[in-house]
Design a protein around this ligand. Structure first.
Ligand SMILES: *Cc1c(COP(=O)(O)O)cnc(C)c1O
Length: 401
């Protein structure tokens, strides 16, 4: 594999390889799924565990013109990194009272407002900053989470935002909402949310709002629901090459490729007799003479303890299963008599086309979704950026395969 100059030379206990060429190809594939819309790469929570700044840079190189974060702090870090061109917009949507509104206004970050308290805080911040805020009004069209309720609440928020816009304190740059069940095509809530979104848009536009962008589509809607694309699609999980739901299809079905490969070096390989208990609680006992491999990753690194006894690992070309409980820092696999050298690579998940399991396999093993598997990989696992095209490096990386 060709790599960037960031690949450390010392062997690592464990690493999350992030394939930026795959990420760029995913962004291009998503743009082809939504050709009439701009693309926002959602890079919240360190780009779903892949590293916000390098992933933001790669997404922009592949044509993303918006970046999305949950918290304002994430948005401000991205702006301060200098990695994001000034004309690339950043929207953040998870605010609490007393948040860094002034900093966001000064950093040209678009902010989401769902309630009157937030509108009051952002207009105060705009006065102090001496420049208008970029505000996107968020509608709750049925998710029942963030967003402003339809009816009187929406009328009040739209009216107050328009008044502040006339006063030069803000510019209403967007109107938006979020789906509850876009990963279940045909779910009746999808059509109901689209219908209500159109009505809430029509009300706001009838009152005089002129948004730059109207948007509601997340990854599953981008992949399966063209009528939801409007002016902008907000793709998160699909940028990282993971299908929003196995029921919708595999990544390959959508032209996507998983970006993260998580692996570790075996810390120990040893022979044990039959009847030997393994790990805390002895939830696994060897059936006969065998070999055990010690994988130096645990739940502190984000390996779900719920995958004890079920998580799959590729070692020496064979799928093995976590034997017994996953501990804080380590777990064990039964190698069935094979004796790889200590340091041999154990691959927990990757794209899946080199025989290794995928993050989706771990999600199934742990009873969760692949979003959670990649996002919770901990800070103790270094990210190593690889780039099979290496267009941006020019730093002596190996040529593409
Ligand atoms: C996380 C998030 C997204 C991206 O969702 P995916 O399913 O990962 O594409 C889009 N919009 C909002 C508001 C989000 O919180």
């Amino acid at each position: 594999m060709s790599t960037t100059a960031h690949l450390p030379t010392a062997p690592l206990r464990a690493r999350a390889e992030i394939d930026l060429a795959a990420l760029r190809a995913n962004v291009r594939a998503l743009r082809a799924h939504a050709p009439g819309a701009a693309l926002m790469a959602v890079v919240k929570s360190e780009a779903y565990g892949h590293g916000a700044v390098p992933c933001a840079r790669a997404a922009v190189a592949a044509g993303a013109t918006w970046l999305g974060t949950a918290t304002p702090e994430e948005a401000l870090v991205l702006r301060a990194s200098g990695a994001v061109p000034a004309d690339v917009r950043i929207l953040c949507w998870l605010w609490t009272p007393g948040g860094p509104w002034r900093e966001a206004v000064e950093a040209d970050v678009d902010v989401s407002v769902s309630a009157m308290w937030a509108l009051r805080e952002v207009t105060e911040a705009a006065k102090i900053a001496g420049r208008p805020a970029r505000v996107q009004l968020k509608a709750d069209t049925g998710l029942g989470r963030g967003g402003c309720q339809p009816g009187g609440d929406w009328a009040e928020l739209v009216g107050a935002a328009l008044a502040a816009e006339r006063d030069g304190l803000l510019r209403i740059t967007g109107l938006w909402s979020h789906f509850a069940c876009a990963d279940e095509p045909g779910h009746p809530s999808i059509a109901a949310q689209l219908d209500l979104f159109r009505r809430m848009l029509a009300y706001a536009e009838g009152e005089g709002v002129r948004p730059e962008v109207r948007h509601i589509a997340n990854s599953p809607a981008t992949l399966t629901l063209p009528e939801s694309h409007f002016d902008l699609v907000r793709t998160g999980i699909a940028v990282y090459g993971i299908s929003p739901s196995p029921e919708l299809g595999t990544p390959a079905d959508f032209g996507l490729r998983p970006v993260m490969t998580l692996s570790a070096s075996l810390a120990l390989v040893k022979q044990v007799p039959g009847g030997h208990g393994v790990s805390y609680g002895h939830r696994y006992t060897t059936a006969g003479d065998t070999t055990l491999g010690l994988v130096p990753l645990g739940y502190a690194d984000g390996i779900p303890r719920h995958a004890s006894g079920t998580g799959p690992v590729l070692v020496g070309g064979k799928w093995r299963t976590v034997a017994g409980r996953i501990a804080m820092d380590q777990f064990v696999v039964d190698l069935g008599g094979d004796e790889p050298e200590p340091g041999a690579r154990a691959v927990l998940f990757g794209p899946g086309d080199r025989g290794e399991p995928t993050a989706e396999d771990w999600a199934q093993a742990a009873g969760t979704i692949a979003y959670e598997i990649v996002t919770r990989i901990g800070t103790r696992v270094p990210r190593v950026y690889t780039d099979s095209e290496a267009p941006e490096s020019g730093d002596g990386g190996e040529p593409p395969r």
